[in-house]
Design a protein around this ligand. Structure first.
Ligand SMILES: [Fe+2]
Ligand SMILES: [Fe+2]
Length: 160
């Protein structure tokens, strides 16, 4: 007999956003050595959820999920464009925000998560809510795992 697994609302929202064509575009761009941008942003989304749960913080789960998934929505491969690592580091949060605002209706929390995720490199882009602090921390943990530890993270392999 098939096991009836009921997904909680966070999982349902995650599965839903994973399938969105505009989100799946991120699979075309490589990131952090071992992942593409799609894999990376879902790594960050799941890590953010884990941090929030681990610290028993009350967060707006849906905004945190959407902000985390869109935090690197800059839509280019930075290895393929004539842009230095520092310039990419300091400009891509704003590019991601502008791209995301063109395609999605975002609330202020979601905008701040995207805009501030490179803090403190972008010193003036301050995280202004709990969710933004969590995502900027999760992004650094995931980047370390992917770039330094070369730990593979493949979200897309589940359904590609
Ligand atoms: Fe980023
Ligand atoms: Fe990132």
């Amino acid at each position: 007999m098939a096991k009836n697994i009921e997904l909680d609302s966070y999982q349902k929202k995650l599965e839903e956003i994973k399938k969105a064509p505009e989100i799946r575009k991120m699979r075309a761009y490589s990131q952090h050595t071992v992942s593409n941008t799609y894999d990376h942003v879902f790594h960050v989304a799941r890590m953010s959820h884990k941090i929030g749960k681990g610290l028993r913080l009350k967060v707006d789960e849906e905004s945190m999920l959407r902000g985390a998934v869109l935090h690197d929505y800059y839509l280019y491969d930075f290895h393929q464009v004539p842009i230095g690592a520092y310039q990419h580091g300091t400009t891509h949060a704003l590019t991601a925000l502008n791209n995301a605002m063109e395609r999605f209706e975002l609330n202020e929390r979601e905008k701040n998560i995207i805009y501030s995720h490179m803090w403190p490199l972008n010193l003036t882009h301050l995280p202004r809510c709990r969710e933004a602090w969590i995502v900027t921390l999760a992004d650094k943990i995931c980047a370390f795992e992917e770039m330094i530890l070369h730990r593979h993270y493949h979200e897309s392999s589940e359904d590609s």
